[in-house]
Ligand binder design. Sequence first.
Ligand SMILES: [Zn+2]
Length: 304
Amino acid sequence: MKPPVSKLSSIFRWPEGFICDRCGHRKSYHLDARPRIFECAACGRQHSVTAGTIFHKTRTPLRKWFCAAYLIGHDKRGVSALFLSKELNLRYESAWLLAHKLRHALTERDEFRLADFIEVDETFVGGRRQKGNRGRAHGDGKSLVVAAVEKVLPPKGKKGVKGQAHRAGNARLAVIDAATADVLGRFIRKNVTEKAWIISDGWRGYRDLDEFHHIPVIQGSGAMAGTNMPHVHILFSNLKAWLIGTHHGVSAKHLPRYLREFNYRFNRRGMRGELDSFVLKRAVSRSTITLDQLTSGEHAEGAD
Ligand SMILES: [Zn+2]
């Protein structure tokens, strides 16, 4: 007998039990022949368990979706589309689409902001930073990524990193066009609470942060950067290792969606073994994204 996958999805869709959209009735009929449909016992309205979710109209069996969510959530580093295609016996294109739809579901809510002490810096991903090129548009295949990382006191009995008194808290990442004061200011205002302490380097893009306490750390060499802002630099090196190690490098077009996944994982790195159910819950609570939107890189950023 097959496991009741559609029953499982109905639990995510209606955590309090079935409720009819039209009449509010709580009882439904469920036909084995159409496992994704729940019919209201009172008015007969048919509800698709996958409507309005990223699983809508998928031809891939829900069982494979759930396995993929489990694999993506269960592995600390996540998995590639190639891995999913082999494990779940899917065409690479289907596995890619499925992985990106699940990744699309992993987005931090805007109302959640970073607070207190925040390290902020930018880096180029997919290429080398050119000296003096920081404020301008960048060259082929390189994306400029900005990150803000909370600097927090470690829990009692634990140590900070690199001999420091602190460790990293939550983070926010984004792809930006250029490291101008306008763009960096917008990123910080969107993601950081007022009156927080911003720790950055001496780059002129970090001026005009009047509503924050700002600590620009002027540093002579790249080597010093690691001591002044250790957490954001560790995050950048982990990000680059993850993009290459797990995903074998990613295109600039889809980088924002990978950043979401990385960010989501980073902020939940203390939650062992629970991310798989998070992936599913987020997946059913978000509106869908089409193949066209995915391949064009549309909706790669922002809340939806
Ligand atoms: Zn009804």
